[in-house]
Design a protein around this ligand. Structure first.
Ligand code: PEP
Ligand code: MG
Length: 584
């Protein structure tokens, strides 16, 4: 019998394939051999894990009220003492160096040996002490695998042709799986605008998030049908259902082929207004999709992905090589490189290690981290300036919240330029510096930012998150996600107006820009530059080609922003989106 679930469809497309379950919450203790040269580092890793586990226990201990039952405190103290006990910690160190094995395995062996001794004693009191050994060992093992346990490693498993079912996926996981030809993603948590969802959309992989308990009901290898549009998941689907969805798959392919005919048509409305369509890219491979869609250039290059699935940070030379490759492929088209926006749901191992933030979305993200960590920022800026000598490049700064950050970056850019010239490097001229408008404060003060910057780019994904106070990766608040919320639209309108007043171009690169339902509304609000995933571009062009009477559209859009009655809002939006033939 077929089992049905519903989630939030975040990336269109139909997947029919066997599942592969990803269970990462459990500790995985496997024996791994290490080289002699690695022994010192492995012992250090073990010692650090002991320290981390101790700190965690001490933190728990500090929260125990003074009047609590004594045995809670003594229980924790016993564990802390064990971690300080040389006899307990020395043996694993010895095992690491003598048997040349990983710290997890050394500790596991030690634990088994101690437990065996307790069990042989046949004393009921001592038998309970074996739980203490287990708790302490588990705490250290968790600390050892912190960061590691939630990570997918390249080449470790085969993902080709399977629908991955996971609690959650990080963008880094998604990148690894995508290179192996995964058929779809189903996750228990996650939101519309998580970077995993954005990546899945841009890669054309069907994805559904928020399917609670999916891993409880689905088994490895179950045949599953998923519809990334509606969010439907059917396990063991009936043959008739499969046939119906295969038909839909064929129809979607046909519609895509129809859209491909628009590839060479200029994006101009029926009343003669040209609209500029750029592509968002996440890596150099995306240039192929950009060409297929015939985008004008790159409106947003998310460079975070250069930092993922690796322990270290990319060197200046690595940045330079990638940027140069893209510049060559773009043959003179616009190339907007967004400086690295690590933090929140885009973590690299480097930031994972250094950031233990309470609220990462409000923490050291984007430009904040870059200005705080020149070692992260300077190599990227150097590489951008050098690459700019080979073709046009714009720089885009993420997560700006005050103009001081722009000024500081300009100063840093000047220093970097001077240093490069002194070292004899060629450096690009006329690089434009732009800023993301993705925080309400920046949108409200867009006129001030427009005075300091050469262009503005509206990042609606974060603008919606921060304006409506909804975590973009939390499916529990997904119901509040509303790009058409009057507050969001007002901020967009203010930004476009500020750009007009100050004669500074304004584009939009958030997911909203590529959504067919909103393109006319945005055009009506005055937006002319759109940047979106390449695979949304031709559908957007179709909407633009079918648009006429921009003046009328402007009035309708303005009235939509100010309308509070939901029925009237829906009617106005329908009118905005009605094709010219339907208007009469
Ligand atoms: C945005 O916030 O809209 C945006 C384009 O940036 P990102 O999705 O990478 O945060
Ligand atoms: Mg953003």
């Amino acid at each position: 019998m077929s089992l049905m679930f519903n989630g939030i469809g975040v990336s269109r497309g139909i997947g029919i394939a066997p599942t592969r379950l990803l269970i990462r919450d459990k500790l995985e203790i496997r024996e791994r051999s290490i080289t002699k040269a690695r022994v010192k580092a492995e012992i250090k890793r073990f010692d650090q894990a002991i320290e981390t586990a101790k700190k965690e226990l001490e933190a728990v201990s500090a929260t125990i009220p003074a009047d609590a039952a004594l045995d809670i405190t003594s229980f924790i103290e016993t564990h802390l003492l064990m971690m300080d006990d040389e006899a307990f910690v020395n043996q694993p160190r010895l095992t690491i160096s003598e048997q040349l094995v990983n710290a997890e395995w050394a500790l596991h062996q030690h634990r088994e040996a101690i437990i065996k001794v307790f069990e042989d004693m046949d004393d009921p009191y001592l038998a309970t002490r074996k739980n203490d050994i287990n708790h302490v060992a588990d705490a250290v093992l968790h600390a050892l695998q912190h960061g590691d346990k939630r990570r997918i490693k390249a080449g470790e498993q085969e993902w080709e042709g399977v629908i991955v079912v996971a609690d959650d996926l990080t963008p880094a996981d998604t990148v690894v799986m995508q290179t192996q030809g995964v058929a779809g993603f189903i996750t228990e948590t996650g939101g519309q605008l998580s970077h995993t969802a954005i990546l899945a959309r841009s890669l054309g992989i069907p994805a559904i998030v928020g399917v609670h308990s999916a891993r409880r009901y689905l088994r490895d290898g179950d045949m599953v049908l998923m519809d990334g549009n509606s969010g439907l998941v059917a396990a063991d689907p009936h043959e008739k259902t499969i046939a119906l969805y295969r038909k839909r798959q064929r129809e979607q392919k046909r519609a895509t082929r129809e859209l491909e005919k628009l590839r060479d048509a200029p994006a101009v409305t029926a009343c003669g207004t040209a609209i500029n369509l750029y592509a968002n890219i996440e890596n150099d491979d995306d240039i192929r999709a950009l060409r297929r869609a015939n985008a004008l250039g790159v409106g947003l290059y998310r460079t975070e992905f250069l930092y993922m699935n690796r322990e270290d940070i990319p060197t200046e030379e690595e940045h330079f090589q990638v940027y140069s490759k893209i510049i060559r492929a773009l043959k003179g088209s616009a190339f907007t490189i967004r400086t690295v926006d690590l933090g929140a749901d885009k973590q690299s191992r480097h930031t994972e290690k250094s950031a233990q933030e309470r609220n990462p979305a409000l923490g050291l993200r984007g430009i904040r981290r870059c200005l705080k960590e020149p070692a992260l920022f300077v190599p990227q800026l150097r590489a951008i300036l050098r690459a700019a000598a080979r073709g046009p490049v714009n720089i885009l700064l993420p997560m700006l919240t005050n103009v001081g950050e722009v000024r500081q970056t300009r100063e840093l850019l000047e220093q970097v330029r001077a240093a490069l010239l002194e070292e004899g490097h060629k450096v690009g001229e006329g690089i434009k510096l732009g800023g993301m408008i993705e925080v309400p404060s920046t949108a409200i003060a867009a006129d001030q930012f427009a005075r300091e910057l050469d262009f503005l780019s509206i990042g609606t994904n974060d603008l919606i998150q921060y304006t409506l106070a909804i975590d973009r990766i939390d499916d529990h608040v997904n119901y509040l996600y509303d790009p058409l919320h009057p507050a969001v639209l007002r901020l967009i309108k203010m930004t476009i107006q500020a750009g007009k007043d100050k004669k500074v171009p304004v584009s939009m690169c958030g997911e909203m820009a590529g959504d067919e339902r909103f393109i006319r509304l945005l055009m009506g609000l005055g937006l002319r530059d759109f940047s979106m995933p390449s695979n949304s571009l031709l559908a957007a062009k179709k909407v633009i080609l079918g648009t006429s009477k921009l003046r009328e559209l402007r009035k309708l859009s303005d009235s939509f922003v100010d309308e509070t009655n939901s029925e009237r809002r829906a009617a106005v939006l329908d009118k905005i989106n009605a094709s010219p033939a339907e208007e009469h």
